[in-house]
Design a protein around this ligand. Structure first.
Ligand SMILES: O=P(O)(O)OC[C@H]1O[C@H](O[C@H]2O[C@H](CO)[C@@H](O)[C@H](O)[C@H]2O)[C@H](O)[C@@H](O)[C@@H]1O
Ligand SMILES: O=c1ccn([C@@H]2O[C@H](COP(=O)(O)OP(=O)(O)O)[C@@H](O)[C@H]2O)c(=O)[nH]1
Length: 492
């Protein structure tokens, strides 16, 4: 626990995805915030995950956390979540402008839901609450809260990459959207590259200024702090779970099924940002280049379906089914299947056993904000006989885990070579690389991430009323009102 600035009042976390204690949290944000809040208590506000006739608010208290979750109507879900958030912001921020499907009706829905969140949340806030908003679904939330008169400290954390300004400017109305970040007191990002992108954008696109001490100044005079806070995992707890997992019957059975073969593991939501088709191709190349490895290795890819309402995700699912079928058809023998491709999610207790069993953790996203799977894989290893992490240089985690074999995921030959090297790596080198990574994970765990962000947030002065161009002014009004006044065109 930090000895930083005083933390009086309640912590209110706001995120689109909320994970209650009994759900499997497939997604790093939900895993991390659940761990964070269960330690400190507080209120978690967000989408209930349900679609209903009207936006009803549900309250419950469980595991020391107060949950307030809101249902979404079908139209709100489709425009805000499956639409603007996941067909415009997600692909653009992951450097896939080719996949952006921008529609004005989606942006309107996005703003409508942000306003709904702001109104419902404002009614629940106490004067000394500190609000922590998460991710790209809710960028304009603080601007809208300020417009409703909320003066509390409000922080924001972006869990995904922030792309270079050249890409951001392709988003219609980017100035109002990205400019709305100035309504927060603190904006946190995973890497220095993301922070550079934010500073460059504010400087060159918005005409703002950089001020000493990590302060950014918007053209209307508002200032806010921005900083790099790489998210961590609960390293000690994850390592402990992995030690205990060996006793689970499903892990025993799984190990038996390998019949002594070396395991390569991948664990990812079924998302095009994770580079799965390229990963399958790299594995096929490995089998082709190193025939001696055939029947000696097994690749387990866990890929729980994600965002099935978005067509690009459905297409990816079909593509991977074809690819896994093709590779198995080409190389399998009656008693060996090269790929075990599983569209199912597993609780952390079981996953940690799979991670520990694997000789290689294969984490090759084309872009990723952080990638907690990479960190979990390392934390789950047996220190006496650790596996090797093969990691994309485009995951935020690569900035910290330099004991991994770093690869360009688009270069499938390079990935195949890294796999061969990982499988053949002597014990001494494996130990050295693992120790270097584990040191980082022990020093910068989930608790220290929370402390660092919250200390920085509590150290800000939420004297919003005194600032020129308060958010109840220009940018909030433009953002919230104009699209809602535009005629609703559902099928552009
Ligand atoms: O809520 P979903 O649409 O089901 O998606 C799951 C989450 O995916 C993204 O996670 C990100 O956060 C991780 C933790 O910081 C990070 O390691 C990872 O690189 C990111 O992709 C998304 O940002 C979350 O909002 C989603 O809940
Ligand atoms: O079957 C699964 C698959 C994934 N996860 C968790 O989902 C998170 C994925 O986070 P990551 O940052 O790697 O990527 P994201 O899905 O958030 O983009 C990790 O904590 C995984 O352990 C899980 O609990 N069960």
């Amino acid at each position: 626990m930090s000895a930083g600035p005083s933390r009086a009042g309640r912590l209110v976390v706001v995120s689109n995805r909320v994970a209650t204690p009994r759900q499997i949290a497939t997604g790093g944000l939900a895993s991390a915030m659940r761990a964070a809040l269960s330690e400190r208590g507080g209120l978690w506000f967000g989408w209930s995950g349900k679609i209903a006739e009207k936006a009803e608010l549900h309250h419950r208290h469980e595991g020391g956390i107060d949950y307030a979750t809101l249902d979404l109507t079908r139209a709100d879900h489709d425009d805000y979540y499956a639409g603007f958030a996941n067909r415009a912001l997600w692909p653009l921020f992951h450097y896939r402008p080719d996949l952006v499907d921008y529609r004005r009706s989606h942006l309107e829905g996005y703003l409508r839901v942000n306003r709904l969140f702001a109104e419902r949340l404002a009614a629940m806030l106490r004067p000394d609450d500190t609000v922590w908003v998460h991710d790209y679904h809710l960028i304009p939330l603080a601007a809208m809260l300020r417009g409703l008169g909320v003066r509390n400290r409000i922080g924001f954390f972006l869990h995904i990459p922030l792309p270079a300004a050249e890409l951001l400017i392709t988003l219609p109305r980017h100035r109002e959207l990205i400019g709305a970040l100035a309504a927060y007191d603190l904006v946190g990002l995973h890497t220095a590259r993301d922070l550079r992108a934010l500073e460059t954008y504010f400087l060159h696109e918005l005409g703002g200024a950089l001020r000493p001490g990590g302060l950014l100044r918007a053209p209307d005079g508002r200032t806010f702090r921005a900083g790099v806070f790489p998210i961590g995992i609960d390293t000690a707890a994850v390592a402990q779970a992995a030690r205990e997992a060996a006793a689970l019957p499903e892990i025993q059975q799984f190990k038996d099924s390998l019949q002594g073969r070396a395991l390569i593991i991948g664990v990812d939501r079924l998302d095009y940002s994770k580079g799965l088709p390229q990963r399958f191709e790299a594995y096929a190349q490995l089998l082709e280049r190193e025939p001696a490895l055939q029947r000696q290795v097994s690749f387990l890819q866990i890929a729980p379906p994600s965002r099935g309402a978005v067509p690009e995700y459905r297409r990816l699912r079909h593509e991977l089914e074809r690819s896994a079928g093709h590779i198995n058809g080409k190389y399998a023998t009656p008693d060996w299947a090269p790929i075990r491709y599983v569209n199912q999610s597993f609780p952390h207790a079981v996953l940690s056993g799979y991670y520990r069993t694997a000789r290689v953790g294969l984490v090759t996203p084309l872009r990723d904000g952080m990638n907690l799977v990479a960190k979990e894989y390392v934390a789950c290893q047996d220190p006496r006989d650790p596996g090797v992490l093969v990691l994309s240089r485009f995951a935020g985690a690569a900035q910290e885990l330099d004991g991994a074999l770093l690869v360009n995921p688009a270069d499938t030959t390079e990935v195949a070579e890294a796999l061969a090297r990982a499988l053949a790596m002597p014990l001494q080198e494996r130990r050295k690389r693992w120790r270097a990574m584990m040191d980082v994970l022990e020093r910068h765990d989930l608790g220290s991430w929370l402390d660092a962000f919250l200390d920085a947030l509590y150290a800000t002065h939420p004297a919003r009323a005194g600032q020129r161009g308060g958010v109840s002014g220009s940018s909030q009004t433009r953002l919230a009102k104009r699209p809602l006044e535009a005629p609703s065109r559902r099928h552009e």
